[in-house]
Structure formats: structure tokens, C-alpha cells
Design a binder for this molecule. Structure first.
Ligand code: URP
Ligand code: ZN
Ligand code: ZN
Length: 459
């Protein structure tokens, strides 16, 4: 099968030009002006932007968490991602303490194999690092193509590891050519504040926010950066939200260390005032939403190159599930839905409002994730030989986000009624039209597990 995309404005992280794209099979075979080729399908992209498919390296699908499961499974989650222009996601496997990494991989394969609509990979979350786990790291990187290892400095008593384990894991991951992802907040401090608020009878969602003040994140980001610097292990801080934590990264980069930063779309555009609403549980996530000054810091951090990725931390729960914590904020499952909304929100709020350039949009929504996590140039760009993962955006079309029209398996939207300018019209995944005019053309099983390469030291 072949497809010719004509007359589009092609934008990558470092280029912006008009040309045609010819796709044969799963990959791009030619890019040029006025291509004279015979194609099975011709798409006229006049007036549209043609961009690399989005990559969201932080999602939680069908994940057991806080006594329940995130409500999007691999089918609904990756399909919703495609509707929103994200052609590949990286999900998290969670090791069960006392068990092997391999057994967790098998469990996650059981839920994901044959069910994904879009492409996917896994990070391996290490919750129990010991002599046995250590022996498994090499095999994950060399054989499974899973090169990033997630750690939690919080969720005490569940997922959290201590600094002793962190250092040991860093040394092994560095040796084998991988990277450590981290949820960097101070778990002991948060645990203390949660108990304090509960003991004082302060149980509403606002106290989730008040249990995780900025200092809990700034302190952990700095500690993580110091440990990564000491061991020489490349690090990636997930869902960074605030000025204090970004300043810790700023300091770390002065000593030329390899430290990457992800923020998420929600931290750029919505703030902690939502916790005062009766339905504040919808935005209970960790770390919590922050202040307007933090949003300004994050946008600036993106433009300064300190923040390389805008992800979602998509971890949806139905309202019924959120009600598990109606009488106690600490029982509200943490997480919020955004896998379908990230690209359009970032385009509308970032590019259209002049906060970031179009090239920067491509960089933080796709290219940098591909580079950091070892998929580039197969993914994350538009080039001859790359997978034909492409999105066509109408930059002028306006639309509203709503739970009534979204495709995520969750019965509310964190962005109900939000006006977006810029609509994803067509999505191609490996040379197949996956989304066209609000219809999904591919089914579960179409999504492929992408084996990733060893981590490069610099992007
Ligand atoms: O609230 C969140 N972020 N839920 C998902 C788990 C995590 O910490 O990333
Ligand atoms: Zn986290
Ligand atoms: Zn997460």
C-alpha cells in the first residue's frame, strides 16, 4: 500500500517547509516538491500542518493502583491517544515487592498483548531493588528493549524505594546503558503531612494539595539530581510541576549532568484553585496542580530547553472510583485523564497563544521523547526511512473538549467545555490511516510493541 500526502506544511523539531510525502508500506520513502508518483491513496493536506505523530512517554493503562485499576485499558487508552494525535505511548510496569521484574513483565504482557490500537512500549518500575533484581536489568535492556527504569521516591509503604536502593539501581542501570525515571517527591514528608491532616479531621481534596507542598518536590528533585550526578547515571524526572524543582534541575545542569525533565499538560494550564471545588477529586493527582507562577516557570523552562517533554501522566478513574475517597482525600485514586487532549491543548494554549513555537511543539510532544527513550529516528520525526507516523492538523478549526465526545473510558473531563483552536483531522500510524475525520480506522492488535535502543548520553 502507498499513500501520497500532497501540499502540506511539514514541521519537524528543526524544519518548516512545504512538500509532498510519499509513503510505501510502513515508512516514508520520499519527501519532495510536486512528487510525480502513483499512489494507492492521495491525501490533500492543503491548509494543514503535517507533523510527526505525538509520543506520550507517561501513561498508566489498566494499572492496579490504590485498590482499583485505571479505567482505560490498552485498547481504549491507545485508541483515545490516536484520536488526539498520539501514535505511541510508554506505559509503566510495576514490580510487586518481593517478586521479580520478569514476573511483572509477564503480568503486563497478559493485559496488553494483542490489545493495543496504537504503538507502545514500557518503562519498568523497580519497587524492590536487591541482588536478584540487579541481575535482571541487563536482560531488560538487551533482550526486551525496555531501557528505562522508573523509581518512586514517594507512595510510602507501596511503591517507594529508599536512597540505598536508588544508588544501587543507578549504578547498575548506568553500567548497562539505561536511564532512571523518577517520581521525585519526598515520600516521608508527604506521609507525615497526610497523617497530620487526617488526624486533625481535614479530609477534603484540598488537603491532598496541602500534603504535597512545593518543598517536597524541590527537595526530592535535588536529591535525585545529586545521586544521579554521583553515579553518572542519566536521569529523567517525570511530571515536574514547580519552580523549586526546576531550579534544582537548573543547578544540576550547571555541572553538565545528563538530567532530563518532563512536565505534563495539566501543570501548564490548570492550577490548584480547582481543589476548592466540590468535585476537586477530579484533579487529585501526584504531584498536585500548583500555582500560576509555576505555570510561568514551566513555559519558560520549555523555551530554555530545561524541560524537554510534555506528557500527560494519563491515569484515569471513573467518578465512582474517585468517590472511594469521598470522606478521606488519601483514599482518592491519584490520577487524571488527558491522553486524548494533550496535543490539542498544547497546540491551542502553547502555539496559538504564542508561548511556544511550532518547532518547539514538535520537539516536546514527540521528538525529544523519541530521542531520550531510544526510538529516534524510527519515531519522532518526518524523514525518509522513518515510520510514517504523521498527524494532519487544521490550525484554525475550533472545537470544545467534553466527556460527551471524548474517547477515553472515563465519565468526566478535566477540561469540560475548554475551547481549543487547532484540530487533529487525520492520523497515520506506520503508513496506515488510523484516524480520519473523527473515525478510527484501525482495531485492537494494530498497535505494535516497540523495542527501544540503549540510551544515548545526550539528545
Ligand atoms: O497521580 C498520579 N500521578 N497517578 C499515577 C501514578 C504516578 O505517580 O505517576
Ligand atoms: Zn508519579
Ligand atoms: Zn505516572
Amino acid at each position: 500500500m502507498s499513500i501520497l500526502i500532497k501540499n502540506g506544511r511539514i514541521v519537524t523539531a528543526d524544519a518548516d517547509y512545504s512538500a509532498d510525502i510519499f509513503i510505501e508500506g510502513e515508512t516514508i520513502s520520499t519527501i519532495g516538491k510536486n512528487l510525480k508518483v502513483n499512489a494507492d491513496t492521495v491525501i490533500d493536506a492543503t491548509g494543514k500542518l503535517v507533523l510527526p505523530g505525538g509520543i506520550d512517554p507517561h501513561v498508566h493503562l489498566d494499572m492496579p493502583f490504590m485498590g482499583t485499576f485505571s479505567s482505560d485499558n490498552y485498547e481504549t487508552g491507545t485508541r483515545a491517544a490516536l484520536f488526539g494525535g498520539t501514535t505511541m505511548v510508554i506505559d509503566f510496569i510495576l514490580q510487586k515487592q518481593g517478586n521479580s521484574l520478569q514476573s511483572a513483565l509477564e503480568e503486563w504482557r497478559g493485559r496488553s498483548n494483542g490489545n493495543c490500537v496504537g504503538d507502545y512500549s514500557f518503562h519498568m518500575a523497580v519497587t524492590d531493588f536487591n541482588e536478584e533484581t540487579k541481575k535482571e536489568i541487563q536482560q531488560f535492556i538487551e533482550q526486551e528493549g525496555i531501557t528505562s527504569f522508573k523509581t518512586f521516591m514517594a507512595y510510602k509503604g507501596a511503591l517507594m524505594i529508599d536512597d540505598r536502593q536508588m544508588i544501587g539501581l543507578m549504578e547498575e542501570v548506568k553500567k548497562q546503558g539505561g536511564l532512571i525515571n523518577v517520581h521525585a517527591t519526598n515520600g516521608d514528608m508527604i506521609d507525615y503531612l497526610v497523617q497530620k491532616h487526617r488526624n486533625e479531621g481535614n479530609l477534603s481534596p484540598l488537603y491532598h494539595y496541602l500534603s504535597q507542598p512545593e518543598v517536597t518536590e524541590a527537595e526530592a528533585a535535588e536529591r535525585f539530581a545529586d545521586m544521579a550526578n554521583y553515579t553518572g547515571c542519566p536521569g529523567y524526572i517525570v511530571h515536574l510541576t514547580c519552580e523549586g524543582a526546576l531550579n534544582a534541575v537548573r543547578n544540576a545542569t550547571k555541572r553538565n549532568q545528563n538530567l532530563f525533565v518532563e512536565t505534563c499538560i495539566q501543570y501548564l494550564i490548570i492550577d490548584a484553585s480547582l481543589y476548592e471545588r466540590a468535585d476537586g477529586a477530579k484533579w487529585v493527582m501526584s504531584p498536585p496542580l500548583r500555582e500560576k507562577k509555576d505555570q510561568a516557570t514551566l513555559w519558560a523552562g520549555i523555551n530554555q530547553g530545561l524541560v524537554q517533554v510534555v506528557a500527560t501522566d494519563h491515569c484515569p478513574f471513573m467518578w465512582e472510583q474517585k468517590l472511594m475517597g469521598k470522606d478521606d482525600f488519601s483514599k482518592i485514586p491519584n490520577g487524571h485523564p488527558a491522553i486524548e487532549n494533550r496535543m490539542e491543548l498544547l497546540f491551542s494554549e502553547g502555539v496559538n497563544k504564542g508561548k511556544i513555537s511550532l518547532n518547539k511543539f514538535v520537539e516536546v510532544s514527540s521528538t525529544n521523547a523519541a530521542k531520550i527513550f531510544g526510538m529516534f529516528p524510527q519515531k519522532g520525526t518526518i524523514a525518509v526511512g522513518s515510520d510514517a507516523d504523521l498527524i494532519l492538523i487544521d490550525p484554525k478549526e475550533t472545537h470544545q473538549l467534553s466527556a460527551k465526545t471524548h474517547h477515553m473510558n472515563v465519565d468526566y473531563s478535566g477540561y469540560e467545555g475548554w475551547e481549543c483552536t487547532g484540530k487533529i483531522k487525520t492520523v497515520l500510524l506506520r503508513g496506515t490511516i488510523a484516524i480520519n475525520n473523527n473515525e478510527c480506522k484501525v482495531s485492537k492488535g494494530f498497535g505494535k510493541f516497540i523495542k527501544r535502543k540503549k540510551v544515548k548520553q545526550n539528545i
